[in-house]
Design a protein around this ligand. Structure first.
Ligand code: F6P
Length: 359
């Protein structure tokens, strides 16, 4: 009987997921494993029959490794421990997922996800005695114990390019441009793209700010003869008095959104400058992965299968100090890795004269 393993993508998508699967499938085939792809995260196992299909290396050659999204589909809203049923009730369907998974006859499950997905998948693994390996992906880059998660580099590249595109139009019209970027609870995208894209002001949830300080920075630029300013703000930044800016979607799901539009008129009033707001949104998640994300995807995908071969489970593969390592998945999700406000990047930004709106 052939040896089998299963793989799924879970949580919000990002660029590089197909490249991770490609690496895992290529490596698995070398060891003689058959790889089953579970569709739509663990929710695919709740379908009758379960939505599972064989993944073959031939499928990934050519175009797929370059393509954004995930060919398996994913979800960030169908927690099997708190599953929203059609009648509106909430049901614990974890045992159904576990028995559907066991019926696949696989040795292990490789889950490509972020902290929320790893929490769910490792709880399922513990409850059902399943062998689980996690591969970190999230544009937010907020998973602990890995320097980078798949998708972050692409998101930062997209945000940097947005600043590159905003700068000439800002300069042509003497405007302040505000760019709102994603980053649920951590300001890594805003900080990295802000430095790389030459922002004048970077607002992140880790550093409290005041509109007066932001306005003073813009006024200074004007006094020096500059006719435009670029502000990048993370979606998770609150109003100066602590209000969360959120959008409520159909079904009551809340997501961050609105801080750019909140700040626009306030900065305009405080500076007397014409101000425009761009919300980058899901553009940061789609599209072709950067070479960095493809490399990371390849290294992590290979290592995850190596762990299966070695029989080492309950691990998350990670990138630390220029190499792939593996760490206990439960430790990796203990805390959200936010921006280190004493770290090199914040120091670098301040040294370049970028304002965080805090002084
Ligand atoms: O966690 C990834 C992320 O893109 C966050 O940056 C963002 O807040 C959220 O997901 C958006 O979620 P959704 O795709 O459900 O709108």
């Amino acid at each position: 009987m052939s040896r089998k393993l299963a793989i799924l993508t879970s949580g919000g998508d990002c660029a590089g997921l197909n490249a991770v699967m490609r690496a895992a499938v290529l490596r698995a085939e070398r060891f003689g494993y058959e790889v089953l792809g579970v569709e739509n995260g663990s929710a695919g196992l709740l379908e009758e029959p379960p939505k599972v299909r064989a993944l073959k290396s031939a499928e990934f050659d050519g175009f797929l490794m370059r393509r954004g999204g995930t060919i398996l589909g994913t979800t960030n809203s169908r927690d099997p421990f708190r599953y929203l049923m059609a009648d509106g009730s909430i049901k614990d369907r974890s045992e159904e997922v576990i028995s559907a998974f066991k019926a696949l006859g696989v040795e292990a499950l490789i889950g490509i996800g972020g902290d929320g997905s790893f929490d769910i998948l490792s709880r399922l693994a513990k409850q059902g005695g399943l062998n689980f390996i996690g591969i970190p992906k999230t544009i937010d880059n907020d998973l602990d114990m890995t320097d980078f998660s798949v998708g972050f580099d692409t998101a930062v590249s997209v945000a940097t390019e947005a600043l590159d595109r905003l700068q000439p139009t800002a300069a042509s019209h003497d405007r302040v441009m505000i760019l709102e970027v994603m980053g649920r609870d951590a300001g890594h995208i805003a900080l990295n793209a802000g430095i790389a894209g030459g922002a004048d002001v970077i607002l992140i949830p880790e550093i409290p700010y005041k509109i007066e300080h932001v306005a003073a920075k813009i006024q200074n630029l004007k006094d020096e003869g500059r006719n435009f300013a670029l502000v990048i703000v993370s979606e998770a930044v609150k109003s100066p008095d602590g209000e969360k800016l959120e959008v409520v979607y159909h079904g009551g799901e809340k997501r961050y959104g609105g801080i750019g539009e909140y700040l626009g008129p306030k900065i305009a009033a405080a500076t007397g400058s014409e101000t425009r707001v761009t919300v980058l949104g899901h553009v940061q998640r789609g599209g072709s992965p950067t070479w960095n994300d493809r490399l990371l995807a390849s290294a992590l995908g290979v290592r995850a299968v190596d762990l299966v071969k070695e029989g080492r489970f309950g691990r998350m593969v990670a990138w630390q100090n220029r190499q792939v390592v593996d760490v206990p998945v439960e430790e990796a999700i203990q805390r959200c890795r936010v921006v280190n406000v004493e770290g090199t990047l914040v120091h670098t930004a301040r040294a370049l004269g970028i304002s965080f709106g805090d002084r």
